[in-house]
Design a protein around this ligand. Structure first.
Ligand SMILES: [Fe+2]
Ligand SMILES: [Fe+2]
Length: 143
């Protein structure tokens, strides 16, 4: 088993936004699939496919979160969007051939992905969750 994998869903990850929490669970699931794939000594195509799946789902999730922030007129939207964009840029820079050919690089990639995602979910996404819950409370008192 690769160190620190599989990542388990933890209640502290919850933002309270149902769609976001569901997407975060799916992201962690794909990340665990990637770790399991790395462990089997994948072909370049197998590694490429699972990394592409993670990148695609990450893009989808970020777009959904940004749409939500726009709808809420969330003041930290630009700062949050920038974090998302930086992460996507980093994933796009992964050199999968080098990762397959170099001992230790796949674990480094997994460690980077895990750390980034957990820190993001536990940090800036939690702030979004708090704001969303306030937003919902205001909406329910308005109606
Ligand atoms: Fe998120
Ligand atoms: Fe986010």
């Amino acid at each position: 088993m690769i160190r620190q994998f599989p990542v388990e869903w933890d209640p502290s990850f919850a933002t309270g936004i149902p769609s976001v929490d569901e997407q975060h669970q799916q992201l962690i699931h794909i990340l665990n699939l990637l770790a399991a794939t790395v462990e089997t000594g994948p072909t370049p195509k197998q590694l490429l496919d699972i990394v592409a799946q993670l990148a695609d789902y990450t893009r989808y999730h970020f777009t959904e979160e940004e749409r939500l922030m726009e709808a809420m007129k969330y003041p930290e939207l630009e700062e949050h969007r920038l974090e998302h964009q930086t992460f996507i840029n980093q994933i796009e820079l992964f050199d999968l051939d080098a990762i397959l050919a170099t001992e230790g690089l796949a674990s480094e990639m997994l460690h980077f992905l895990k750390t980034w995602l957990c820190d993001h979910i536990l940090g800036i996404d939690q702030r979004l969750g708090e704001s969303w819950r306030c937003h919902q409370a205001v909406l329910s008192t308005d109606s």
